[in-house]
Design a protein around this ligand. Structure first.
Ligand SMILES: [Fe+2]
Ligand SMILES: [Fe+2]
Length: 393
């Protein structure tokens, strides 16, 4: 690509400053669907170019959805009503987690994420030699980065859950949604407390995650909010939480994740039942295509661009390029597993809601995600079954 050639010949300091912008343009022009481009471009500019999530001031996003009232209070969705009952019975208090456990993120005996998460050999090849202590510290940074992104995602989920509770037309969905709002509030509480009191560190929101949250919070269409939050972000989070649950040796974090995973399993289940009929029966062919392309675009953003750049900026910005960092991270053994497993939960749900048509399948095939096609979707997998599966693996 011409831009890469031009970049390679520029002095390092200029190249380092230009790289994020070139990358932003590449991300925004990846889609071939003009409707998706139109819907995502303003969020892309706010997130990738203006970096609105990193200004150190509150971010304001206008909402454009309609609030749907129903004064007849119908019992219209038995499966959602059942989820509502289950959600009320399974509430828990974040204060009851074992907060008295001492956490030292740099202790190699009890790592937050496993040491093989980063490829230290490749870093050495780029001229960066880290002592053992520095390696533990870098590892702790990546763990804190990951949990910070979980926390920012939870804040997005809290507001998105409130928005869809207003916007959906199913009354049983609104009742269920009220429990999800409480769940997400609790998730913000526990992840923030863990980062604040145990890791003493909070990274800023990743620009790509910001783009996704910005796009779905401002979209007026309720089903796009659902698709973005309940299926994509929550589906990926469920995979990510599950991998971290399996990988971490830190007992408080393990317990925290176990509780959160059980809540998230309900949230994704809700997303699947809300969208299944809607996508199959209510949409025109071009609306269906737009959602398919939108979902694939978001999947790519999370697969290819969610690469701890905030850790790079803190540690190595003056030593290696973003591109070198991206190569190292995306080829490190831990991250590779992490990224793959994130999609293991998402892909079956996309199939279930009808967004993996024969037209789009080759795109998923190309990026290696079709291997998860036959997995169980969230409406056939309770939180307890999910935890049992993770414990057995
Ligand atoms: Fe959550
Ligand atoms: Fe959630």
């Amino acid at each position: 690509m011409l831009t890469n050639k031009v970049l390679e010949n520029l002095p390092f300091s200029i190249r380092r400053r230009l790289e994020p912008y070139i990358e932003a343009v590449q991300v925004m022009t990846e889609t071939s669907n003009p409707k998706v481009l139109r819907a995502m471009a303003p969020s892309g500019i706010r997130g990738l170019i203006l970096q609105r999530g990193k200004q150190g001031v509150p971010t304001k996003m206008p909402s454009h959805h309609e609030t749907h009232f129903d004064w007849t209070y119908p019992n219209d969705q038995p499966e959602m009503r059942e989820l509502y009952t289950r959600a009320k019975e399974q509430q828990w208090n974040g204060e009851d987690l074992p907060w008295d456990i001492d956490v030292d993120p740099e202790n190699p005996e009890v790592p937050i994420i496993p040491p093989e998460f980063m490829s230290y050999d490749e870093l050495r090849g780029m001229g960066i030699k880290l002592t053992e202590l520095e390696q533990h510290r870098l590892n702790a940074s990546v763990g804190a980065w990951m949990l910070s992104q979980f926390l920012h995602g939870e804040q997005g989920a809290l507001f998105a859950a409130a928005q869809v509770t207003e916007a959906v037309q199913f009354f049983d969905g609104k009742l269920y949604g009220s429990t999800q709002v409480v769940d997400e509030g609790r998730h913000v509480e526990v992840f923030h407390r863990y980062l604040d009191t145990k890791l003493n560190k909070l990274y800023q929101i990743n620009d790509n995650l910001f783009v996704i949250i910005d796009a779905l919070i401002q979209d007026s269409r309720w089903d796009l909010k659902f698709l973005g939050m309940q299926i994509m972000v929550e589906g990926l989070a469920l995979g990510a939480f599950g991998t971290l649950y399996q990988m971490t040796k830190e007992p408080l974090l393990k317990e925290l994740l176990k509780k959160v995973i059980q809540d998230e399993a309900r949230h994704v289940h809700y997303g699947v039942i809300a969208l299944r009929d809607h996508f199959q029966n209510e949409l025109s062919e071009s609306e269906q295509r737009e959602r398919e392309d939108w979902a694939f675009e978001v999947a790519l953003l999370m697969r290819n661009r969610f690469l701890s750049y905030e850790v790079y900026e803190e540690w190595f910005e003056h030593k290696i390029t973003r591109k070198q960092w991206a190569h190292m991270v995306s080829h490190s053994p831990g991250f590779e597993i992490f990224r793959q497993v994130m999609f293991q939960r998402l892909v079956p749900n996309l199939r279930e809601i009808g967004l993996l048509s024969d037209r789009i399948k080759p795109h998923y095939e190309r990026v290696g995600l079709m291997q998860y096609f036959d997995g169980r979707s969230a409406d056939h997998l309770s939180g307890d079954e999910l935890i049992a599966e993770l414990d057995a693996a």
